[in-house]
Design a protein around this ligand. Structure first.
Ligand SMILES: Nc1ncnc2c1ncn2[C@@H]1O[C@H](COP(=O)(O)OP(=O)(O)OP(=O)(O)O)[C@@H](O)[C@H]1O
Ligand SMILES: [Mg+2]
Length: 209
């Protein structure tokens, strides 16, 4: 299975969820656009926590900023055509920020997702404001005809949030991940994927889980 992980915002838990997916579903990890290299990149974080295979980024920029701006600071620009998926059957691809993050020349992360033609898991939180952010993200993905197997709620459990996203977003909340007191390889390992997540991922084109 090959899947793209986006989120409703930056810092929402995309890397943690991606690492967790790689660990439990035996996937490689790929972060095509990394803006900000310190204290460590997302690929380095994943490698440290789950030791799966990580593929080199297509673009790495020093500034922890929107990719369109981080690229400009280094006199570069991003070309979607230069971003090629690693040819492996099991892959988790992590976006940068959320779906409308600018990549330059009028393109956004949504254009990259469309070009990569992968189904998308949306990572959302249970914080106040998440319903609006999650529904907007789902609407943007749907507007481009991008398949969304479902949402993963991260960093706190809330059945009300899950139910409301399902009711208003027309999608499934596949997993609720708690706020971990400590984020380590073993706490990530102990979080079991739900039956709903396993089923959704096994239905993705490109093979079962
Ligand atoms: N369920 C959780 N329990 C505890 N800490 C968490 C949880 N989810 C995320 N975090 C922590 O929150 C911070 C942000 O998470 P993460 O780096 O995964 O976000 P992100 O969406 O990938 O951010 P970016 O947009 O920079 O790629 C990290 O320090 C991470 O370890
Ligand atoms: Mg990240």
């Amino acid at each position: 299975m090959r899947v793209f992980v986006t989120g409703t915002d930056t810092d929402i838990g995309k890397t943690l969820v991606s690492a967790w997916l790689c660990r439990h579903f035996g996937c490689d990890y790929f972060k095509p656009v990394q803006a900000g290299l310190l204290p460590r990149t997302d690929s380095e974080w994943v490698k440290t926590h789950v030791n799966c295979h990580t593929h080199p980024e297509s673009y790495r920029f020093r500034e922890p900023a929107s990719p369109h701006y981080a690229a400009r600071l280094e006199g570069q620009s991003l070309s979607l055509a230069q971003i090629r998926l690693p040819a492996v059957p099991r892959l988790v691809v992590e976006g940068a920020g959320g779906v409308l993050v600018p990549l330059g020349e009028g393109r956004t992360m949504l254009d990259l997702i469309r070009a990569l033609a992968l189904p998308v898991l949306v990572v959302a939180s249970t914080r106040l404001g998440t319903l609006n952010h999650t529904l907007l993200t789902l609407q943007a993905l749907r507007s481009q005809g991008i398949p969304v197997p479902g949402v993963i709620l991260n960093g706190g459990l809330s059945d009300m949030t899950a139910q409301t996203i399902e009711d208003y977003g027309g999608t499934s909340v596949l997993q609720q991940l708690p706020l971990l007191p400590e984020v380590t390889a073993s706490t990530l390992e102990r979080l079991e994927p739900s039956a709903a997540l396993r089923a959704a991922l096994s239905n993705l084109s490109g093979g079962g889980v």
